[in-house]
Design a protein around this ligand. Structure first.
Ligand SMILES: Nc1ncnc2c1ncn2[C@@H]1O[C@H](COP(=O)(O)OP(=O)(O)OP(=O)(O)O)[C@@H](O)[C@H]1O
Length: 239
């Protein structure tokens, strides 16, 4: 078994009577990208929010390394989310009045890094994402594709262990979506960051290392090696 950076076992997420996630076991290895697809309402976002420590599991366990979320206090869980995780959501959720580099450097500033140092650390990430010329521009004045690149930079700038991405390119046209996704995943792989990617888009999912399908709260690993099917003729191939 690989050394999982994140591991969910028998996880359930319930909203009152409704069980959105119904017993999911999933591990993420360092540097690995796992895509979860499934129809609307199948529980993809609920699973992602639970693994990200945003929504509590109503049953089962989620562990980051050896750390069991259920054993962490609110402060510890917030610190884990802020320092070890990154997030890319469909609508970026950037701060529109801040500049590109201020947004990208935010996780480092929240971790107590001084402005100059935080911006210096953000520079190579912005460069990889083709944002050099836009560093001083307010996010409110960017195109959708540019803003989503900034969201990717912000998710990765602090070299998190895991990035959670929910329809990360859902607001972009297909050309922009493919370009942003490629840059995102190659930056994450280079940094050894695991990515949990939730999408309904088969083209997006096809870029992941491993694919899982969510259906009615249950998860199936589509990359798992199928059990060998018994030969129709047991004697075939025998000497
Ligand atoms: N905060 C909530 N309160 C109550 N029910 C919720 C809540 N969030 C999700 N649900 C319900 O849980 C089920 C799973 O929703 P979820 O958003 O996880 O699915 P999804 O696969 O991500 O869907 P989509 O692709 O449409 O985003 C749905 O029936 C949804 O209505």
């Amino acid at each position: 078994m690989p050394g999982w950076v994140l591991r969910a076992e028998g996880v359930e997420v319930a909203y009152g009577e409704q069980r959105a996630v119904a017993g999911v076991t999933l591990g993420l290895a360092a540097g690995e990208t796992v895509a979860v697809t499934g129809s609307s309402g199948s529980g993809k976002s609920s699973l992602l929010h639970c693994l990200a420590g945003i929504v509590p599991a109503s049953a089962g366990t989620v562990r980051f390394g050896e750390l069991d979320y259920a054993a962490l206090g609110d402060e510890e869980l917030s610190a884990l989310r802020r320092e070890r995780f990154g997030y890319v959501f469909q609508h970026g959720e950037l701060l529109p009045e801040l500049t590109v580099e201020e947004n990208a450097a935010l996780p480092l500033r929240l971790a107590g890094r001084r402005k100059d140092a935080a911006h210096a650390a953000a520079a190579p990430v912005l460069h990889r994402l083709g944002l050099d010329a836009l560093r001083g521009r307010r996010v409110s004045r960017l195109s959708g594709g540019q803003a989503q690149r900034v969201a990717v930079a912000r998710a990765l700038v602090h070299r998190p262990a895991v990035v959670f991405a929910d329809e990360p390119t859902g607001a972009l046209d297909s050309v922009n979506a493919a370009a942003v996704l490629d840059e995102f995943l190659s930056l994450a792989r280079d940094a050894g960051t695991a990515v949990l990617l939730v999408t309904h888009d088969e083209g997006v999912a096809a870029r992941a290392d491993r694919r899982c399908l969510m259906h009615d709260g249950h998860l199936r690993d589509l990359s798992a090696v199928p059990a060998p099917t018994p030969s129709a003729d047991p004697g075939a191939g025998a000497p």
